[in-house]
Design a protein around this ligand. Structure first.
Ligand code: URA
Length: 433
């Protein structure tokens, strides 16, 4: 078998066999197939697509390229969630304790942020002492005992995806539905969950900029999950403005505490409750989505959900007092208020740009080696639909850097202020299951 023939076949829009896909991914993982051939292949897929069987085969070939985590020692249906990436996306911080508080085991492997999107692990590490490094045994023991654990990925999961994703990033082939779907699903399957809830973001801060593409991606991932006997639900949520009011690390932890205490922003609360509801239904705690949603709202009101986050912080080495005293979280030196230049209504907030601003202020990494300033970030003061008057504060930049003028300029540009009040935006567009 030769890689050039596989590229040629895909270029002509033909279907690849399981054997051909396995040959390609094995060869690429071992370094026998070079990046330039894999780039040509990715571009051929971008233009010609893949059928369901090919996508399932590609997913499994990437799962089999590395280690797989065996969670069979955890009792019950293990439910995982994954977001396709957003700005101000602190949903994992909220749903892990929330779902665990009804007894459904959540074994969450999370990543760090890169570029304009944040990562759950960085956010949690803004809590002093919070430890995300643990061996498989401790991870499994914690899930059995407390129904939850959040750890960074240490095992050599899906090395083929790691290599291919880095290559796609520099060859303009990220936004291909078969490639995104197989990339995400391979990681979820290798990390051992029985059921998966996918949060597919659509809008200015997401990979998928329009709803039709997001629907296609959601449908494709649900089909892959089902074909591999994993119960899978995909929720399509709005990323046309940052989620909630906070973008950064420590400030996002503060906001997650608010949501779990019943005082969260409306969009953040609705998306978190929706994801958590599907997780608990897949885990077998509730019969249907509507019952789950109502019960989880009650759990938040009762204080049980915030107590569970407190427990998570305690068992993973942080000081649980941070829940009642968020002043213990890192604080920035400068807080720069950005003011509106005219009267009107916020029509849109460019979420990707806000993510870039947060990164420039110190909250994110340009390269993997950069260090994060946990106290840096952006507070959105006016959300889409809010009325603004000339000189009203629309957002606040938090940083320890003195050179914040560029960020301030970009922040002004990120807000589109129009004369007419926009229609109320939807937080959840669709659900595939
Ligand atoms: N997230 C992933 O893990 N993979 C992609 O291809 C895109 C987003």
């Amino acid at each position: 078998m030769r890689m050039i023939d596989i590229i040629q076949k895909k270029k002509n829009g033909e279907t690849l066999s399981t054997k051909e896909i396995n040959f390609m991914i094995e060869g690429y993982t071992k370094g026998e197939i070079p990046d330039y051939q894999m780039s040509a292949f990715s571009m051929a897929v971008y233009f010609k697509g893949m059928n369901k069987q090919e996508i399932a085969d590609l997913t499994m070939a990437m799962v089999n390229s590395g280690e797989k985590i065996d969670l069979s020692a955890i009792k019950g249906i293990k439910v995982d969630k994954h977001s396709t990436g957003g700005v101000g996306d602190k949903i994992s911080l909220i749903v892990v304790p929330l779902v665990a508080s009804v007894g459904i085991p959540v074994a969450k492997l999370s990543g760090r942020g890169l570029g304009h999107t944040g990562g759950t692990i960085d956010k949690l590490e803004s809590i002093e002492g919070f430890n995300i490094e643990m061996g498989t045994k401790e991870f499994i023991d914690n899930v059995n005992k407390y129904k939850m654990a959040i750890a960074g990925q240490t095992a050599n999961l899906t090395p083929a995806d790691k290599k291919l994703y880095a290559l796609r990033d520099v060859t303009s082939t990220v936004d291909s539905i078969p490639l995104i779907a197989s990339s995400i699903m391979s990681k979820k399957i290798a990390s051992g969950a029985d059921a998966i809830v996918l949060d597919v973001k659509v809008g200015s801060g997401a990979f998928m900029k329009n709803l039709d593409e997001a629907r296609e991606l959601a449908k494709t991932m649900v089909e892959i999950g089902k074909s591999l006997n994993k119960r899978t639900v995909a929720v399509i949520s709005n990323m046309n403005q940052p989620l909630g009011y906070e973008v950064g690390n420590a400030n996002e932890v503060k906001e997650a505490i608010k949501v779990l205490s019943g005082e969260g922003a409306e969009d953040e609360t609705v998306v978190a409750l929706t994801i958590a509801s599907y997780m608990t239904v897949l885990g077998g705690a509730f019969e249907d989505f509507n019952i789950a949603y109502k019960e989880l709202e009650k759990i938040i009101k009762s204080g049980k959900a915030i107590d569970k986050l407190k427990e998570l912080i305690r068992i993973q080495g942080g000081n649980p007092d941070v829940i009642s005293n968020t002043d213990m979280l890192p604080k920035a030196k400068y807080h720069i208020e950005v003011k509106a230049l005219k009267n009107g209504y916020v029509e849109a907030i460019n979420a990707e740009q806000i993510g870039i601003i947060a990164m420039l202020l110190g909250a994110g990494r340009k390269t993997k080696k950069d260090k994060i300033d946990y106290s840096a970030g952006v507070t959105i003061v006016k959300k889409v639909g809010d009325e603004v008057k000339l000189n009203d504060t629309i957002c606040i930049l938090h940083t320890n850097k003195e050179s914040y003028n560029e960020a301030k300029k970009l922040a002004l540009e990120a807000f589109k202020i129009s004369k007419n009040k926009p229609e109320k935006i939807e937080y959840i567009y669709d659900v595939f299951q």
